[in-house]
Design a binder for this molecule. Structure first.
Ligand SMILES: [Zn+2]
Length: 532
């Protein structure tokens, strides 16, 4: 049977940015967009150009993405022409491939919130879609409160959808904006919509207020919709949006969908899903949900006991999919053998060559396991893992050593009588048999320590001259008896390389020190710095 194409539209950077406690920087947004692009998402909604400086800057950037980078914004305001609506003009002129407009599809909202007539709203939809197409963009319309609108006035909701389609919209997206609609209702209403707008032009945007956002998205697909909107890990305001991380494997691995549909995601990319999900949580600086379907740490952790031997013999008796298909792993069977193949796969991915039966693999495995219990998370700090692996295999020399360091924080009045907080760090390092002392000052202890560390590394200095710190994240882990701090540092260089290193310690400055040291050593090794 010929398969039909389903399109994925990610709105993490737009609707997901409404999540309480989430505040994406421009760097975050670019990193998330590149993650989504590499996964094979068809549309990436970047935000609302003109609404805030970060989004405006994002849309001005050269992004080099394969996905359709999409701007979001309101349709033309009533009482104004397309040319005379500055907000609309900003969106039309944004550097993007597609524009997703939002319009009210519930007559009650048109009356109460917009204060215009139903016809004026319809006209606004028509003119905005046409203007987007005239500006050379693909046009989409998010029909806000579509399902609630349909329940009270089906003719009007349908006429909004039909108007957008007839004006040339590539997609008419039905939004369950308050997230209260149930799967059976979604299926029934979408079946009515596809009689007016072909399903190959219909999308679904579901919210999770009844824990049905994923089920609602699938129900819409079964009724004929062919675009699904959602977010990474289901973030979004209130209870979140439809979770693409759950939807993607269901569509690709469950035969009911897999036999009928295809996505722009290869099975190889599907195997990175767990990593994508966890890297995204790390970026949000929050702990991944261990019970997350498909990608959670517990997703394939069947409790031992009577099932254990059966799972050993035949995993498919207790698992609905093979965890490796989504890049996850079976927890019960994290025997040395499973752990070994996991490590080998990581080494292979990093291009580190080693014989499969090399005894040093076991050493590396036990070090990784031991450090994991201490709070290290190597899946988010590949450079630290690569360094550890290279060290275990004897590839990395000790270029230099830090004999001691001291960091001082002082709050005092300066000469102008202003209260200031200053930090100073002193590092005593051993380089090429010689002791050096370096002093650094900074606005904080970590900044001062970084300055002092990099100030004078003798013959190694020029190998790290272009090293820059891009981001710094702190997480306090409270699992054991004492809280420990995990610091994740993102570094970059002039060639545009990016790498993540980490440090774990009960002391935040010390955790930062280890992460900084790893970053410098990683850079020296990568640049082929000579042995001491
Ligand atoms: Zn939404």
């Amino acid at each position: 049977m010929a398969t039909e194409r389903l399109y994925l539209f990610d709105t993490t950077l737009r609707d997901g940015a409404q999540t309480s406690g989430v505040d994406f920087s421009l760097e975050d947004k670019l990193q998330i967009a590149s993650m989504l692009d590499s996964l094979g998402i068809d549309y990436i909604e970047g935000g609302y150009p003109g609404a805030n400086p970060a989004d405006t800057e994002l849309f001005a950037k050269d992004r080099k993405l394969k996905a359709h980078f999409t701007a979001f914004g309101m349709i033309k305001r009533h009482g104004r022409s397309v040319e005379n609506d500055p907000g609309l003009q900003e969106i039309l002129n944004a550097k993007c491939d597609a524009i997703c407009f939002v319009a009210k599809a519930w007559d009650y909202h048109v009356r109460v919130a917009l204060g215009c007539s139903n016809e004026e709203n319809i006209e606004g939809i028509r003119q905005s879609i046409r203007a987007a197409i005239a500006a050379g963009k693909e046009a989409l319309l998010d029909c806000e409160h579509f399902f609630d609108g349909y329940k009270t006035n089906p003719e009007y909701a349908l006429s909004c959808a039909k108007t957008a389609y007839e004006a040339g919209a590539r997609w008419v997206v039905l939004c369950d904006t308050n997230g209260g609609t149930l799967p059976n209702e979604i299926r029934q209403i979408v079946s009515e919509v596809v009689k007016v707008v072909p399903g190959t032009h219909v999308g679904i945007h579901a919210h999770n207020d009844t824990e049905h956002a994923v089920a609602n998205s699938l129900a819409a697909v079964r009724a004929g919709a062919r675009q699904i909107q959602g977010t990474l890990n289901g973030i979004g305001e209130r209870c979140g949006n439809a979770n693409l991380i759950s939807i993607i494997p269901t569509l690709m691995l469950k035969s009911h969908y897999a036999d009928r549909f295809e996505l722009n995601i290869s099975s190889g990319k599907l195997a990175t899903l767990t990593q994508v999900s966890r890297a995204f949580d790390e970026l949000l600086n929050r702990a991944p949900a261990s019970q997350a379907p498909y990608v959670g740490e517990s997703a394939f952790a069947t409790s031992a006991g009577i099932h254990a031997s059966a799972i050993m013999k035949s995993p498919d008796t207790y698992e609905h999919i093979d965890p490796e298909q989504v890049g996850n792993e079976r927890r019960l069977l994290v025997s040395d053998q499973a752990g070994r193949s996991n490590i080998l796969a990581q080494l292979d991915r990093l291009g580190i060559e080693v014989e499969k039966d090399d005894p040093r693999i076991s050493t590396l495995l036990s070090v990784v396991k031991e450090r994991q219990t201490l709070g290290y998370a190597y899946e988010v700090a590949e450079a630290s893992f690569a360094l550890l692996a290279h060290r275990t295999l004897g590839h990395v020399p000790e270029y230099f050593s830090v004999e001691s360091y001291r960091v001082m924080v002082e709050r005092r009045y300066n000469a102008k009588g202003e209260l200031v907080t200053v930090s100073e760090a002193t590092v005593k390092a051993l380089i090429d048999g010689e002791i050096t002392f370096s002093v650094g000052e900074g606005n904080g202890p970590v900044n001062a320590l970084d300055m002092a560390l990099r100030k004078d590394l003798g013959k190694y200095s020029h190998y790290i001259s272009d090293l820059t710190l891009i981001d710094y994240k702190v997480r306090v882990l409270t699992g054991g008896t004492d809280a420990v701090t995990r610091v994740l540092v993102e570094s970059g260089d002039a060639q545009g390389n990016r790498w993540f290193t980490l440090g774990v310690s009960p002391n935040i400055v010390d955790a930062s020190f280890h992460a900084l040291l790893d970053s410098i050593t990683y850079k020296l090794h990568k640049n082929g710095a000579p042995h001491p």
